[in-house]
Design a protein around this ligand. Structure first.
Ligand code: PMV
Length: 324
């Protein structure tokens, strides 16, 4: 049996349907070709050692029996909770050393927490020869993420587990892969780190105060997601761009855009994009624009002039996997 294992899982970008998906509506999410990498080694004793040098975490250690107890530093929360849940579910008690590294900055909003949760879960299961389906992996990871952050639809976990471009209904009611190999996107980072749970709670508060208005926005978003699914399947990018603009307008009505996001979106649109929108919770992180091949550089330049950072990402077909 192996004593050492390397796993990787992709980050994600939300294409359509953010926020509504938290309320069991559908979204479209794309796994990106930037990955979270995790190395797990069995070790003697009944302690877990975790290091995530990119997050400034050097050798955090915890006894197996204490997992999930006492104060857990923010940087290690997702890892400790998934280890605790996997150990509990499969009756494991062995010591482990877990080390993470990542192709992308945790600031981009590419779903590093979901990708690390999925990688660690999958790695431990393989290390102890426990076979589970993708669905079971999704379920245990989703429960763990909810335990840590209290809110979330699970779309980021699905992207990390399954890869590709997914039609996902909140909570994982439907997880369906679309047959697409690439999408002509430009991605711009605002330079502002958004706090997803805070923005999700802000929308929940608005929904409490103005239920009818918010429900109408969610239904509008749902209709856009359904049309976008068809447009992607037919490669109708002009139509897809229009749908992006409409989705962004509804997100603005939810109050989740920001000056930085709107500036980058406007810059992309003025420079030939078919359409553009924020991607994810809003308040910062990234925007995406859909483009014709010949407009790529013009749009990228415009995004940079408007204060954004262009991030080169492609669609990734592979979900969590074992690395050599
Ligand atoms: O901020 P991100 O990129 O993790 O996206 C959040 C998307 C939401 O729909 C707002 C929340 C969720 O869990 O679906």
């Amino acid at each position: 049996m192996e004593n050492r294992i390397k796993i990787s899982a992709p980050g994600k970008l939300m294409l359509f349907g953010e926020h509504a998906v938290v309320y069991k509506y559908p979204c479209l999410v794309m796994a990106v070709d930037k990955r979270m990498k995790v190395e797990i080694v069995k070790r003697k004793g009944k302690e877990i050692f975790i290091s995530a040098p990119q997050l400034g975490l050097m050798e955090y250690r915890k006894k197996v029996e204490d997992l999930g107890k006492y104060e857990i530093p923010k940087t290690v929360r997702f890892i400790e909770v998934i280890v605790k849940n996997i150990f509990k579910q499969y009756d494991l008690t062995e010591g482990l050393e877990i080390k993470t590294s990542c192709d992308f900055s945790a600031n981009f909003g590419f779903g590093s927490s979901a990708a690390v949760t999925v990688s660690v879960a999958y790695g431990i299961l393989i290390l102890f020869s426990i076979k589970v389906s993708k669905r079971e992996l999704f379920d245990i990871c989703y429960r763990s993420v909810l335990e840590v952050q209290g809110v979330g639809s699970g779309f980021d976990i699905a992207a990390a587990v399954y890869g590709g471009l997914l039609y996902f209904v909140g909570g994982g009611k439907i997880i369906e892969g679309l047959d697409v190999k690439k999408l002509p996107l430009v991605v711009g980072y605002t330079g502002v780190k958004a706090d997803t749970p805070t923005i999700v709670r802000q929308v929940a508060e608005m929904k409490r105060k103005e239920p009818k208005k918010v429900e109408e926005i969610f239904i509008g978003i749902k209709n856009i997601v359904e049309k976008a699914k068809v447009a992607i399947n037919k490669r109708e990018y002009k139509e897809l761009g229009k749908l992006m603009n409409r989705n962004h307008k509804l997100l603005k009505e939810l109050g989740v855009s920001s000056v930085e996001l709107d500036n980058l979106i406007e810059a992309a649109y003025r420079n030939g994009a078919y359409g553009a929108k924020l991607s994810g919770a809003g308040g910062g992180d990234c925007m995406i624009a859909l483009r014709q091949a010949q407009d790529k550089y013009r749009i990228e330049e415009a995004i940079e002039k408007a204060g954004g950072e262009v991030i080169d990402v492609g669609l990734c077909s592979e979900g969590v996997r074992l690395e050599k």
